[in-house]
Design a protein around this ligand. Structure first.
Ligand SMILES: [Zn+2]
Length: 238
């Protein structure tokens, strides 16, 4: 670790939320597994059966609303509070709000958020944990039937990519936590960060597919390994 580091970027994925009990797209016992991706997570499915897709995300909201951040989320928030002179950003693939609940800021949800709705007509984004329906009226442009869960469906472009690209190119330390390394564009973020000179760490349960791009590998549950690492960072930089 370099003591001159001024800008730290975290990339977090499903693995960090799994330790809070949230199932993921790819887990075998998860909520997702009871539905086919092409029925609930593509824009074609939404155009074909908007109410069915809304019901699916409506059914997910209570679990995600109740979920609590774990030691890994809390340690990142602690780092942001302790190292006030550093820029510390979080790019997350997760649609839950566990980083927010942990007290973090500078969070970029590239796959959207479960507690947001977007209007396909005017682009207005609203926050809510309430149920949404295909008959809902946009609070901004007042058209009916254009409200979509603000979740990036397969085939759609991830959000905030311009900001994310800038973060990756300017960070000194890139720390990936609980991502499989197979879902693009996030799987390529480590390459950009490393190309532009960042030191790179991965925290994962096992080796990832783009493993060779990381300078350091820490295997195990992030809820155990990350707080220890963050304590060391804080001690070094303070
Ligand atoms: Zn609208």
């Amino acid at each position: 670790m370099d003591k001159t580091c001024k800008h730290i970027v975290f990339l977090t994925g499903a693995g960090i939320s799994a330790e809070s009990g949230l199932s993921t797209f790819r887990s075998e016992d998860g909520l997702w597994n009871k539905h086919r991706v092409e029925d609930v997570a593509t824009i074609e499915a939404f155009e074909r059966q908007p109410e069915y897709v809304h019901q699916f995300y409506n059914s997910m909201r209570p679990e995600l609303f109740a979920a609590q951040p774990n030691a890994a989320h809390l340690s990142i928030a602690r780092l942001q509070k302790e190292l006030k002179q550093h820029k510390i950003s979080i790019i997350t693939q997760n649609v839950d709000t566990l980083h927010e609940k942990a007290g973090s800021n500078n969070i970029y949800h590239i796959h959207g958020q479960i507690n947001q709705l977007v209007c396909l007509q005017c682009g207005h984004v609203s926050e809510t944990w309430a149920e949404a329906h295909s008959t809902d009226v946009c609070p901004n442009c007042h058209t009916q039937g254009n409200i979509k869960p603000n979740i990036v469906f397969f085939g759609e472009t991830p959000l905030c990519l311009d900001v994310v690209d800038n973060l990756l190119k300017t960070c000194d330390l890139f720390i990936s936590v609980g991502t499989s390394g197979v879902v693009y564009p996030a799987a390529g973020f480590v390459q950009i960060a490393k190309l532009y000179g960042a030191e790179t760490y991965e925290f994962n349960m096992e080796k990832t597919s783009n493993n060779y791009m990381f300078d350091h590998h820490i295997f195990g549950k992030a809820g155990s390994t990350l707080p220890t690492f963050i304590d060391e960072l804080i001690a070094q930089y303070q």
